[in-house]
Design a protein around this ligand. Structure first.
Ligand SMILES: C[S@@+](CC[C@H](N)C(=O)[O-])C[C@H]1O[C@@H](n2cnc3c(N)ncnc32)[C@H](O)[C@@H]1O
Length: 389
């Protein structure tokens, strides 16, 4: 398999890459870009041009998200005060949205975040399409290689709720052959370029508790996408067999290829987290990271129930996500931002999740719940942990 990670630019590297691909596929493979090495665990994109454009957008969004967002937040408070809204209470969302949408500063912040997001998705997508032959060959070549297995299911009945272009990613998770590449490089921009060692996932994986008896033989990461959290789990529990599942084939194809390149032994299976192929009492730990805000409420409960079924007694369920239900400590701007995410960022299930009582749903499917787990994604939230007793 071509390992662009091991190569750096220049004619020698290009020739080596082309030759290794040709060997792997038995065909003459012309290479139309110079492999350019890595930044952290990220293999660099084929062209410097696109990489610089992405970095420009990263910087622009960081400035927006700090300086301008702060001004917009202050402005939102002033506006609500002027309109006689009592900020010690949550306030009526429709009323808040109505008032804030009319303000130019606030609208500009919101729309610039969305437009720049459209831009970076498109930049990555176009770059992948331009280099389609090479990138498709890479994924195809990786498909049957070990360590780790990739179990794709071309007959999987993908539910409609999983087909939206969530966070305006073109094609969504299931509708573009390069969805994994697009998500992987695109979310790096969202994370302000600060995740080049997958350090966020590594940090979040530190919070996953061991079962009381200390035994961790098998782990499932639901909705694993590009496998970044699965990698972090393998790092934290090297003795465990780690599985990642996802409804989207393109995400898993990228994930498996990337795991191979990083030498990580992870198994991927193409299935729904609410209906898995695994037997009862199979896993010691089941996790998810950022899956449950992207499915309808009734599916969150089904996904939790499936985690409960497949966990062994004593097993731990660790669904990590943004705050919801009682954990929401709303300011006017945070409510507005939640609505913005739903309305303009195409986070179709966000408002439903925002009001969702995750702990209660987990109790209803059988878990003993600790609502006071390790610190969550913001200073005011804690992760909810389920124990199968
Ligand atoms: C925001 S991404 C998850 C990010 C990833 N866990 C990480 O740590 O980087 C959500 C993922 O959930 C997947 N997904 C959505 N509904 C699903 C379901 N019912 N079963 C399995 N995967 C699902 C999507 O295809 C997508 O890859």
């Amino acid at each position: 398999m071509l390992n662009r990670r091991a190569l750096f630019s220049g004619s020698v590297a290009t020739a080596m890459a082309a030759s290794s691909l040709s060997k792997a596929t038995g065909k003459e493979v012309p290479l139309d870009f110079d492999p350019r090495g890595t930044i952290g665990v990220f293999e660099r994109l084929p062209s410097l041009q696109v990489e610089s454009e992405l970095e420009f957008i990263t910087g622009y969004r960081s400035w927006m998200a700090t300086s301008l967002y702060r001004q917009a937040s202050k402005r939102s408070l002033d506006l609500l005060r002027l309109n006689g809204i009592d900020l010690s209470k949550d306030g009526d969302l429709d009323e808040i949205v109505g008032i804030l949408t009319e303000d130019h500063t606030i609208s500009m912040v919101v729309h610039n975040l969305e437009r720049s997001q459209e831009q970076f998705w498109k930049l990555v997508k176009d770059e992948c399409d331009r280099n389609a032959d090479v990138l498709l060959e890479e994924m195809a070549d990786a498909e049957n290689r070990k360590p780790g297995r990739l179990l794709l299911n071309k007959d999987l009945d993908v539910p409609d709720y999983a087909c939206y272009e969530i966070h305006i990613q073109p094609g969504g998770y299931v509708g573009d052959r390069f969805a994994g590449h697009i998500y992987f490089y695109g979310t790096s921009v969202v994370l302000a370029g600060g995740n080049q060692q997958d350090q966020l996932q590594v940090n979040w994986a530190r919070g996953v508790p061991r079962p009381a008896d200390g035994k961790v033989k098998r782990i499932l990461d639901q909705g694993t996408s590009c496998g970044q959290f699965a990698h972090a789990l393998k790092g934290r529990f090297p003795e465990a067999e780690v599985w990642g599942n996802d409804v989207a084939g393109p995400m898993l194809r990228f994930a498996h290829m990337n795991s191979l390149k990083l030498g990580k032994d992870i198994n991927y299976v193409h299935e729904l987290s609410e209906k898995t192929q695994f037997p009862d009492d199979y896993f010691d730990i089941v996790t998810s990271n950022l899956l449950i805000h992207e499915v309808p409420g009734e599916k969150i409960k089904e996904i939790s129930a499936e985690a409960y079924r497949t966990l062994r007694p004593g097993g731990v369920y660790y669904p990590l996500d943004s705050y919801s239900g009682d954990q929401v400590r709303g300011t006017a701007m945070s409510h507005y931002n939640a609505w913005r995410n739903y309305r303009w960022n195409h986070e179709v299930w966000w408002m439903e999740y925002y009001h969702y009582d995750l702990a209660q749903a987990m109790r209803e499917v059988g878990f003993k719940v600790d609502e006071n787990g390790p610190k969550g994604r913001s200073d005011t939230t804690r992760n909810v942990i389920g124990y199968k007793v």
